[in-house]
Design a protein around this ligand. Structure first.
Ligand code: GDP
Length: 495
């Protein structure tokens, strides 16, 4: 008799699960940011903390004990690669190395069970929310302006930009290849491939640590996804006038055809099939890297963020607004890797990011969407401590610098813990942005590339060792302000 009752209970539970699965609401959360901003680490840490009951005091559902648990479930979209959560956790927790970064779009569904806060809802039973996280390179959003430009106009603008002082040196080989190349000459695959490669090298060099320039499409040239090497990615701008039509069979005509293909088979499908379906969005920003690289990089990051925001608030007459069926109603900008700073600088980092996106937000004129800004560390690789030096007590951060990192003459081997004096961010964002304006106006001069946070240490640390409790349970990944992020992004859906 007992076994029949059990079976009946299981059947009933399954039925309930099925029914609630049918009616459980879902939130599609986009996570984006330029390459190395911290998307992979962020998603892995967010999900790990949800699934393993992390310390989340500012997340009201967790604080009030209403969070009943979270688990992974098969994602709703069969054609999108799954975010490789388990492999990323394994690398971080077991290997204590950072996971492989985002190269393409991927998705993960976390299902959250919770007790409703309100008496009325509680009578309806336990609540369930599917959180569908969609990870995609921020570079892809920068392609949106291409939809409003034909090949000739894009070419003219791109070549003009490459000739600016801050870029001319890194664009040298590409610009040299353009010299003496006749856009009216016969189409030629070898020339197309060589130019595309040189143009890509230039875009990549602009992104590298020393320059940290970031604004340039085509996004797939930096993050090709599965399309690497295809003709739709084998084109480059030519030195042509904005309004000139390409001659049939010419090199310019070949480039134009491929540019059009890129827009049709790469850019539009991404916006239509993925972007247009998001409910909420996190934009991760490595502001510390830009501050370290100097005014030109900060100015450039500001432009890139402005371009990214255009996607969230497209003009009424644009193609994108015509296909948006739902609207993104919450957007969070997050400065990542705050564990490189002492606690006293977290609010300063937040203020700097607010200024960085502030003007872009005004330009994009957000109506309706709630926007917030936070400084966070998805994974906190350091601890704070006070170190006495020459009789003076100084705030320090302790962490294990990755193998090969250096401070002064010390080269780290990736095993020893070191105390580092992290330095301060400038207290007044106004002073900082005056420096940015002056430095950026200096063009390619050294002032454009002098670090804006020279005192801040930018050593790369290894991921932290996870502590075990007396019961042998491994605690979840430590973080800074991830709970505030969760509260803003989904708190209202768990009431
Ligand atoms: P993605 O390209 O946006 O996916 O960037 P990743 O998530 O792969 O992060 C790039 C690198 O930034 C990592 O390999 C880490 O070195 C560093 N990083 C990212 N998030 C954190 C963080 O929370 N704390 C620290 N200390 N480093 C981080």
């Amino acid at each position: 008799l007992t076994s029949i009752t059990d079976e009946a209970r299981i059947a009933l539970a399954n039925l309930t699960d099925f029914a609630s699965g049918m009616i459980a609401p879902s939130v599609r959360l986009g996570v984006t940011g330029l390459s190395r901003a911290g998307k992979t680490v962020f998603i892995t840490a967010l999900v790990h903390n949800l699934v393993h009951g992390g310390r989340l005091p500012l997340f009201s559902a967790a604080k009030s004990g209403r969070l009943a648990g979270a688990h992974l479930e098969p994602q709703p979209d069969d054609a999108v690669p799954r975010f490789d959560f388990e492999a990323h956790v394994e690398r971080m927790v077991v290997g204590r190395v950072w996971p492989d970064s985002t190269r393409r779009i991927s998705e993960l569904r976390v299902t959250i069970n919770y007790e409703s806060a309100s008496h009325w809802n509680r009578r309806l039973g336990r609540g369930q929310l599917h959180l569908d996280i969609v990870d995609y390179p921020g570079e892809w959003l920068l392609d949106l302006p291409l939809l409003a430009r034909d090949y000739a106009r894009w070419s003219a603008e791109a070549v003009e930009l490459a000739r600016l002082p801050a870029r001319a040196a890194i664009a040298g080989p590409f610009l040299a290849a353009l010299e003496g190349l006749d856009p009216d000459g016969a189409e030629d695959e070898t020339v197309a491939r060589r130019l595309a490669a040189l143009f890509t090298d230039y875009l990549r060099a602009a992104r590298a640590d020393t320059h940290a320039l970031s604004t340039l499409p085509p996004g797939r040239f930096l993050m090709p996804g599965d399309l690497d090497g295809s003709p739709a990615l084998t084109f480059a701008p030519l030195d042509v006038a904005r309004d000139r039509a390409a001659l049939p069979k010419s090199l310019a005509a070949m480039m134009e055809r491929r540019y059009d293909a890129y827009r049709d088979i790469v850019v539009r499908p991404f916006f239509r099939d993925h972007f247009a379906r998001l409910d909420r969005q996190v934009v991760l920003v490595d502001a510390l890297q830009a501050l370290n690289a100097g005014p030109a990089a900060v100015e450039d990051l500001r432009h890139a963020l402005g371009d990214i925001l255009e996607a969230f608030r497209p003009g009424r007459a644009s193609w994108l607004s015509s296909i948006l069926t739902r609207r993104i109603d919450r957007i969070l900008f997050a400065a990542t890797k705050a564990d490189h700073l002492h606690r006293s600088s977290h609010d300063r980092l937040e203020a700097i990011l607010r200024r960085l996106v502030g003007s872009a937000m005004e330009r994009a004129a957000f109506a309706g969407a709630a926007v917030d800004v936070v400084a966070l560390a998805a994974v906190r690789a350091t601890r704070e401590a006070t170190v006495t030096r020459d009789g003076e007590r100084l705030p320090a951060i302790l962490g294990v610098p990755a193998a090969g990192e250096t401070i002064g003459d010390t080269v780290f081997d990736g095993t020893a813990e070191a105390a580092i004096f992290p330095g301060d961010l400038p207290a007044d964002p106004d002073v900082l942005f005056r420096q940015v304006a002056a430095g950026a106006a200096a063009g390619g001069a050294p002032a454009a590339t002098a670090s804006l946070a020279p005192d801040v240490s930018f050593v790369r640390f290894r991921p932290p060792r996870l502590e075990r409790t007396a019961e042998g349970v491994t605690l979840s990944l430590p973080h800074i302000r991830l709970d505030r992020v969760l509260e803003f992004l989904i708190g209202d859906r768990l009431t």
